[in-house]
Design a binder for this molecule. Structure first.
Ligand code: UD1
Ligand code: MG
Length: 455
């Protein structure tokens, strides 16, 4: 899919983001379990950007840290003053000065642009254009730059504030993203001035500069939903909704049944196999993979979990990071699992906490079993062998090993290892006093009667 040409992506992320009303920089807000910036960086990387520069403001160093965490070789460029989108792109001058075939410019707050779309812009460059701009038909074009076309070529982009009434009637708008041919990019950007209504250096003027030099500029069209940007929390929710809508469709077309798709929420990296059934109100936090044929019942929450084929989960299950369910394992209602391997066909059916543990094949963990994995300082491991049977309401105090095929008597507190095939009982011995209750009732009733008579 990726063109065999070198590519620099410049991601503009020096925006103020004040409309988010947040301590957190706008581009670090999460959408489907990863930052807006993370979505953009993943998309440009997948589109073949081998070099990446992220333009940030000096007040928001966290943005650079996130960029480095996600793309260790990313260059961080600081835009010292907000003087417009072309000025921001030029903050990455050092990267632009290196020879690249293609330069992509993307916005850090526009998270849904697909890699295919960036590739299409790059393909337009290899077709001979010096500038390829992404456009969309806006339902309401107010505020957007308008794309002025002539004979299939792009003449100019006119910002809303600078546009004539005739230009404002154009519905084809600038999404903001563009690709520039690497040979021309730096000199085009440096030729852009700030002679406009906002006294800003507009990236959009790259088109007029290129055309004045006899270079070609073209428009590619995207859907409005793909190029929607995030400026406030309502738009963040709208972008999330769009992500979820398309992910649900992709999961269903991949062969999974979603009974009530609008109530199921995925992360950017959720992988769902075929013939998986997902009941209503299930949330997939990041890091979940579900193999074919698994069933996830209603109201379950999964994060960092790998689910084997034909496994059965919930309702009301919580799978936390490090959970591995082997094929046909079963984790039932009100069960929490963390950093644990549950073996093939093992059952943890009700009201249980399994943490820092491994449960062997076909083991049966009774209702109310708790692995006591934490002493307030350190975590310790519980190992339960294959075919073991843990009676209900048992506490397994880690570190502890239950041998294969062993039985644990219900209500036990197990503090020492149990040998394979043994029975361990760790609870008070049952004591029975014959006739005690009857005698007690007689004495108690007589005492109550005497008290009443005295009143
Ligand atoms: C821009 C486009 C407009 C387009 C619209 C689409 C320009 C001149 N205009 O307008 O044609 O229709 O996007 O949403 O490009 N940024 C910086 N430093 C700056 C200015 C901006 O990093 O000095 C970053 C912002 O963080 C943001 C992006 O560039 O990610 C776009 O800036 P913004 O101010 O939102 O541009 P618009 O006025 O919306
Ligand atoms: Mg904007």
């Amino acid at each position: 899919m990726q063109p065999a040409r070198s590519c620099l992506a410049i991601v503009l992320a020096a925006g103020e983001g004040t409309r988010m009303k947040s301590r957190r920089p706008k581009v670090l807000h999460a959408l489907a379990g990863r930052s807006l910036l993370g979505h953009v960086l993943a998309s440009v990387s997948e589109a073949g950007a081998d070099d990446v520069a992220v333009v940030i403001s000096s007040e928001r160093p966290e943005v650079g840290e996130e960029a480095h965490r996600l793309v260790p070789h990313a260059q961080i460029a600081i835009q010292s003053e907000r003087r417009g989108t072309a000025h921001a792109a030029l903050a990455a001058k050092a990267a632009l000065a290196k020879a690249h075939d293609d330069v992509i410019i993307a916005f850090g707050d526009t998270p849904l642009v697909r890699p295919e779309t960036f590739v299409a812009l790059r393909d337009a460059l290899s077709g001979g254009a010096a500038v390829a701009v992404l456009g969309f038909e806006a339902k309401d074009p107010t505020g957007y730059g308008r794309l002025v076309e002539n004979d299939g070529h792009l003449e100019a982009i006119v910002e809303h504030k600078d546009a004539t009434p005739e230009q404002r009637a154009i519905n084809l708008c600038n999404a903001g993203l563009m690709a520039l041919s690497g040979g021309h990019a730096l000199s085009i950007l440096e030729a852009i001035g700030d002679d406009n209504a906002q006294r800003e250096f507009y990236l959009t003027d790259a088109v007029t500069v290129a055309r004045a030099r006899g270079l070609d500029a073209v428009v590619l069209r995207a859907s409005e939903s793909e190029v929607q940007g995030v400026n406030d929390r309502a738009q963040l929710a709208a972008a999330e909704a769009e992500f979820q809508r398309s992910k649900r469709v992709a999961v269903m077309l991949g062969g999974a049944t979603l009974i009530a798709p609008d109530t199921v929420f995925f992360s950017y990296d959720t992988v769902i196999g075929s013939d998986v059934v997902i009941e209503p109100n299930v949330v997939f936090a990041p890091g979940v993979q579900v193999a074919d044929g698994a069933v996830i019942h209603a109201f379950s929450h999964l994060e960092g979990a790998r689910i084997g084929a034909d496994a059965n989960i919930g309702p009301f299950a919580r799978l936390r990071p490090g959970t591995r369910l082997a094929e046909k394992a079963k984790v039932g209602n009100f069960v929490e699992v963390k950093a644990a391997d549950i073996g093939p066909g093992a059952k943890v059916n009700h009201l249980t906490y399994i943490g820092d543990a491994s449960v062997g094949a076909a083991a049966n963990i009774g209702a109310g079993t708790i692995t006591c994995n934490y002493d307030g300082f350190n975590k310790a491991k519980t190992t339960i062998g294959a075919n073991a049977f843990v009676g209900s309401n048992s506490s397994l105090v880690a570190p502890v090993t239950i041998g294969e095929g062993a039985y644990i008597g219900s209500g036990s507190v197990i503090t020492r290892d149990v040998a394979p095939d043994a029975l361990a009982i760790g609870r008070g011995k049952q004591v029975e006093k014959e006739g005690w209750a009857k005698a007690f009732r007689a004495v108690a009733a007589a005492r109550k009667g005497a008290k009443k008579a005295a009143e």
